[in-house]
Design a protein around this ligand. Structure first.
Ligand code: PLZ
Length: 447
């Protein structure tokens, strides 16, 4: 069962120059002169068009897109329905500022979010521009509601690059290094990392984490526990069964607002509308961004009406939050997901990838772990026969894939996780082709 999506762009991998080609090389030289060195680029091919499962660069090379711009273009890059909605909205009006003179699109996106997020309790939403901004607002709301200050986050967690969210993010390089001091009252507790927990089960890891909260912070001081149901930038770490639910139950028992950061895992990416559903967790608040609007900048906080409404009038906002063009894109993207049973498309991608990766693991002992759900899948690479992170192999494979027309990404606290985030519109033959390139990469790198 594949959705019928019309691709105007030929769905193929096609290399017509060396990678990067001369036009991209020239643009990259201008980038070096014009753009801050602090803004890195993983693969310097300059994109001119994209759709379905491919990206086309300025030199006419066509790449298989296994990254979706970091889990953003879930419904396909420049999805025709989204393009139409954006074009219609942008011709009517581009901006008013919702806080000054409102418009229906903002309200409709909030209604849609309240409908599709877990739980059938009464909900409210607020719209922002980026994932980090959504997290900042979730913390503001939780503090206002509880009149408490402490925020608990996880080892290997990632929540953004603003000052508060840098403090909430675990990994130093490149996100935090030299940028301190960070906001106070942020506390980090152990995550469940099945591959590296030496056999400890989910509930046992939760016990370690909650004991830490009780002893070192005091549950009565904690406003929010903020965690990703699958740790994204930390390495696509799927917690051991029971961990996520135990943390949510602990929050509930202690009057702590449980915030699910579904910025990367949400919007059908993992084979459910939201990854929290896999463990039947109904978060008090849920933060979303990325997949919500096919690349238009939009993010949201959605949650229990009594928590969301506890903030004083005027306490939340921002000039651009819930921009009308971004809202039009979101409504079209959400509609596409509902009409095309997007969670089933994600599960189909999983059913192709996991068996193929298992085959590879039999051949290449450097694959220490295969994990993830839906179209959020990764392999963790180790030095064969050990648990030592094989960062060099991850980098070599990434380079091989890039050189052979597949856009891939690495991730993880140790940089040794090779991750896959294809758009749900990826044609399955292209997905297989990308995995074939990966296999060749392994053969070359481990020869
Ligand atoms: N929470 C779970 O995954 C963004 C970051 C890439 P923004 N992840 C990609 C990079 O190097 O900057 C993310 C996330 C989770 C929050 C965020 C932050 O979302 O929209 O990038 O602010």
């Amino acid at each position: 069962m594949t959705a019928v999506v019309h691709h105007e762009i030929p769905q193929q991998r096609l290399l017509v120059t060396e990678i990067p080609g001369p036009r991209s090389v020239a643009l990259q030289a201008r980038k070096t002169q014009a753009v801050s060195n602090g803004v890195g680029v993983t693969l310097p091919i300059y994109v001119v068009r994209a759709g379905g499962g491919v990206l086309i660069d300025a030199d006419g090379n066509s790449f298989i897109d296994m990254g979706s711009g970091i889990a953003v273009t879930t419904v396909g890059n420049a999805n025709p329905d989204v393009v139409r909605a954006v074009q219609e909205q942008v011709a009517d009006f581009t901006h008013t500022c919702f806080m000054v003179t409102p418009y229906a699109g903002y309200v409709e996106v909030c209604e849609a979010l309240n409908r599709v997020t877990p739980g059938d309790h009464e909900k409210r939403s607020a719209l922002l521009n980026s994932g980090a901004e959504a997290i900042e607002n979730a913390v503001k709301i939780a503090r206002s509601y509880t009149r408490r200050q402490a925020v608990v986050v996880l080892e290997h967690g990632y929540h953004g690059r603003t000052n508060l969210t840098m403090g909430m993010t675990a990994k130093s390089m490149p996100y935090k290094h030299s940028f301190g001091p960070f906001a106070p009252e942020v506390y980090r507790v152990p995550a469940s990392y099945p591959f590296r927990d030496r056999g400890l089960k989910g509930p046992e890891m939760a016990e370690i984490a909650t004991t830490r909260i009780d002893r070192e912070i005091g549950a009565e001081n904690v406003a929010a526990i903020v965690m990703e149901p699958i740790l994204g930038e930390g390495g696509f770490i799927v917690p051991s069964p029971g961990y996520y639910k135990a943390m949510a139950d602990y929050a509930k028992a202690n009057g702590i607002v449980f915030v699910a950061d579904e910025i990367q895992s949400g919007f059908c990416r993992t084979g459910d509308w939201f990854a929290s559903e896999f463990e039947d967790v109904v978060p008090d608040l849920i933060t979303t961004a990325k997949g919500i609007a096919d690349g238009m900048p939009l993010a949201a906080v959605t949650g229990r009406a009594e928590i969301m409404d506890a903030v004083h009038p005027g306490g939340l906002g921002g000039t651009y939050g819930g921009n009308p063009v971004a809202c039009a894109a979101a409504l079209a993207a959400i509609d596409w997901m509902e009409r095309n049973d997007a969670p089933a498309l994600a599960r189909q991608i999983e059913s192709v990838m996991i068996p193929r990766l298992r085959e590879l693991a039999l051949q290449f002992p450097a694959i220490g772990d295969i994990r993830g759900r839906g179209a959020m899948i990764a392999i963790e690479l180790v030095k064969p026969g050990t648990m030592d992170p094989n960062t060099e192999l991850a980098a070599a494979l990434n380079k091989y894939c890039h050189q052979h027309g597949v856009v891939t990404l690495t991730t993880g606290t140790y940089g040794n996780v090779f991750r896959f985030l294809p758009p749900l519109t990826m044609p399955l033959p292209l997905l297989e082709e990308a995995l074939g390139i990966l296999q060749q990469g392994f053969e070359e790198a481990t020869r």
